[in-house]
Design a protein around this ligand. Structure first.
Ligand SMILES: Cc1cc2nc3c(=O)[nH]c(=O)nc-3n(C[C@H](O)[C@H](O)[C@H](O)COP(=O)(O)O)c2cc1C
Length: 201
């Protein structure tokens, strides 16, 4: 089966570090792998509303941007959440996208959970803090989200950057090279390499 990677960019600025890190890692994907890149700020979603316990608890079939994102999500074999670390967690657009999964789970006929099951969820994040442990809430969110959906958690590529363009102009992250490979040669831990790391799955 041809793999298709969906890159969801969740920064609120252009020329961001998270996107540059994701592009570094994606450059090593083999040419047969399809790639789709979406900037969540180009596809704003309405604020998620919890109607799970209202009426029959279903959600209507999405239209517009939510439909685009649902279709792209389902078409992917691999979903890469590229979110800067905002207040120790995901950016608002990414969090809202994940909240919409709760609705998509309840769209009659969408079969969302079963179809998410065979996918891999990855993360890429930039943070200004020198302490990688500050990204633990983001890593945990992605890890547990994958687990809940029955998907595989691929890990999180983590880089310490602050100013826009920094990740693009500095030397490439060593961990970017085989981040998306099934058998990465660099699987470091926070303790082994405090500055440029891949959090292993
Ligand atoms: C709203 C906001 C919240 C942030 N919160 C954190 C944080 O909790 N920890 C941290 O280390 N950096 C934090 N930062 C810094 C960003 O993670 C950092 O600048 C990162 O490089 C931005 O990624 P980007 O260039 O992809 O947008 C925050 C930045 C913003 C704008």
């Amino acid at each position: 089966m041809v793999r298709r990677f969906l890159f969801l960019l969740g920064s609120t600025r252009l020329d961001g570090n998270t996107e540059a890190m994701a592009r570094q890692a994606a450059a090593y994907l083999s040419p047969e792998v399809e790639q789709s890149w979406l900037r969540l700020s180009d596809l704003p979603l309405p604020a998620f509303e919890d109607v799970r316990h209202t009426g029959d608890g279903t959600y209507p079939e999405p239209v517009g941007n939510p439909k685009t994102l649902l279709d792209e999500t389902l078409a992917a074999t691999d979903i890469v959440i590229a979110s800067p670390l905002y207040w120790y967690s995901l950016s608002t657009s990414v969090k809202n996208y994940l909240d919409h999964w709760t609705g998509w789970l309840r769209v009659p006929g969408a079969d969302f959970k079963a179809r998410m099951g065979g996918k891999t969820l990855w993360g890429v994040t930039a943070l200004s803090d020198a302490d990688s442990a500050k990204a633990d809430p983001l890593v945990g969110t992605l890890r547990y989200t994958a687990e809940y959906m029955g998907a595989r958690f691929g890990g999180v590529l983590l880089g310490h950057y602050n100013f826009p363009g920094q990740a693009r102009t500095e030397p490439e992250l060593p961990a970017a090279k085989d981040f998306f490979s099934d058998r990465p040669s660099i699987v470091t831990t926070r303790l082994a390499s405090p500055t440029r790391i891949r959090i292993s799955a």
